[in-house]
Design a protein around this ligand. Structure first.
Ligand code: ADP
Ligand code: MG
Length: 283
C-alpha cells in the first residue's frame, strides 16, 4: 500500500521484451522482480498489461511465478513478482551451451512437469476478474478497476517458449508472461498468429481453430530446443517455416535420448491436434 515506484531501488536488469523491461529491485530488504509495461495509454499494450496482471494476480500454483502487487505511475504499469534467477533461454544460451554442457534429462523432465502442470492449472482451475481501466490522460495517470466478471476456466497461454519459463537457484521452474493468454472460446478460432512464430503449432500457422493443444506443441518445440540446443527446422524466412511446419513430418528427437523422453517430446509434436495428447495424458 502506498508504495511508489521510486521506493523500489533497481539493482539489476533481469530481462527485456517487446513490451517492457524486467528489473530486480529492493524494498526494505525484500528483493522483487518488477516488470514495467510502459505505454499503458495505448490499446495493444494496455490489453497485454491487464491480461498479464489478471492472470498472475489470481494464479495459485507452485509452477507459476508468484505475484506480490502492482504499482501504476503515469502511463506505466509495474507488476511486482517473485524474483527468479533467469529464463531457460538465457540459461542454455549464456551458461550451459558455451561450456559445452548439456541440460541433463532429469532436469528436462522437471521442466516438462512444471510447464504441463502450470498449463493444466490455467486450463482447469484458474479464474480471474476482468480488469477495466480509466485513463485520465497525461496528468491523471492510470486507475485500475477490478470488475465483477469472473472468467473461468479454460485459459491458454499462447506463448510457451524457453524465454517464458523461469528457473531459480533452488531448481524451481515456473511459467511467466501471460500478456497474450486468452480464454478458450470460439473467438480464438481464426485469431491472428500472435506469439513467437517459431513455436506456433501447425493448426495455428494454418489459421485453423485451436485450443490448449497448441501450447503442447510449443512445449514440444521448447523441449527439443533445450535438449539439443537447436531449433528443429532450418528455414530462410517466416513463410518457408510456415510451409515446413504445415507440410512436413514433424521433428523427431534424436535417439541419443531415452525412449521415454523421445516419446514425450514426439507426442507433443504430433501434427494433428486431435491425436496430440491432452494434459491429463502428459501428466
Ligand atoms: P515480455 O512480455 O517482454 O516477453 P516477460 O514477462 O517474458 O516479458 O519478461 C521478459 C524477460 O524478463 C523474461 O524472458 C525473463 O528473462 C525475465 N523475467 C521475467 N520475469 C522474471 C522474474 N520474475 N524473475 C526473473 N526474471 C524474470
Ligand atoms: Mg516473454
Amino acid at each position: 500500500k502506498n508504495v511508489k515506484i521510486n521506493h523500489l531501488k533497481i539493482f539489476a536488469e533481469l530481462g527485456s521484451g517487446a513490451f517492457g523491461i524486467v528489473t530486480k529491485r529492493i524494498l526494505d530488504n525484500n528483493i522483487l522482480a518488477v516488470k514495467e509495461i510502459f505505454k499503458m495509454n495505448q490499446e495493444q499494450e494496455r490489453k497485454k498489461g491487464f491480461m498479464d496482471l489478471s492472470v498472475i494476480k489470481n494464479a495459485n500454483s507452485p509452477f507459476i511465478v508468484k505475484y506480490y502487487g502492482y504499482i501504476t505511475d503515469f502511463d506505466s504499469l509495474y507488476i511486482c513478482m517473485e524474483p527468479m534467477t533467469m529464463c531457460l533461454e538465457t540459461l542454455y544460451k549464456n551458461y550451459v551451451q558455451p561450456q559445452n554442457l548439456k541440460i541433463p534429462e532429469f532436469i528436462l523432465g522437471s521442466i516438462a512437469v512444471a510447464v504441463v502442470k502450470a498449463l493444466k492449472y490455467l486450463e482447469d482451475e484458474h479464474s480471474f476478474k476482468v480488469i477495466s481501466m480509466l485513463n485520465l490522460g497525461e496528468s491523471g495517470g492510470i486507475f485500475c478497476i477490478f470488475g465483477k466478471f469472473t472468467i473461468r476456466p479454460g485459459l491458454i497461454h499462447r506463448d510457451i517458449k524457453p524465454s517464458n519459463i523461469l528457473i531459480n537457484k533452488s531448481g524451481a521452474i515456473k511459467l511467466c508472461d501471460f500478456g497474450i493468454a486468452a480464454k478458450l472460446n470460439d473467438k480464438i478460432a481464426m485469431a491472428s498468429s500472435i506469439g513467437s512464430f517459431l513455436y506456433l503449432s501447425p493448426e495455428r500457422h494454418a489459421r485453423k481453430k485451436y485450443d490448449c493443444k497448441s501450447d503442447i506443441w510449443s512445449l514440444g518445440i521448447s523441449l527439443f530446443e533445450l535438449a539439443t540446443f537447436k531449433y528443429p527446422y532450418s528455414f530462410e524466412n517466416e513463410f518457408e517455416l510456415l510451409l515446413l511446419i504445415i507440410d512436413q513430418d514433424p521433428p523427431k528427437l534424436p535417439n541419443t535420448f531415452s525412449s521415454e523422453f523421445q516419446l514425450f517430446v514426439n507426442q507433443c509434436l504430433i501434427k494433428d491436434p486431435n491425436l496430440r495428447p491432452t494434459y491429463k495424458n502428459l501428466v
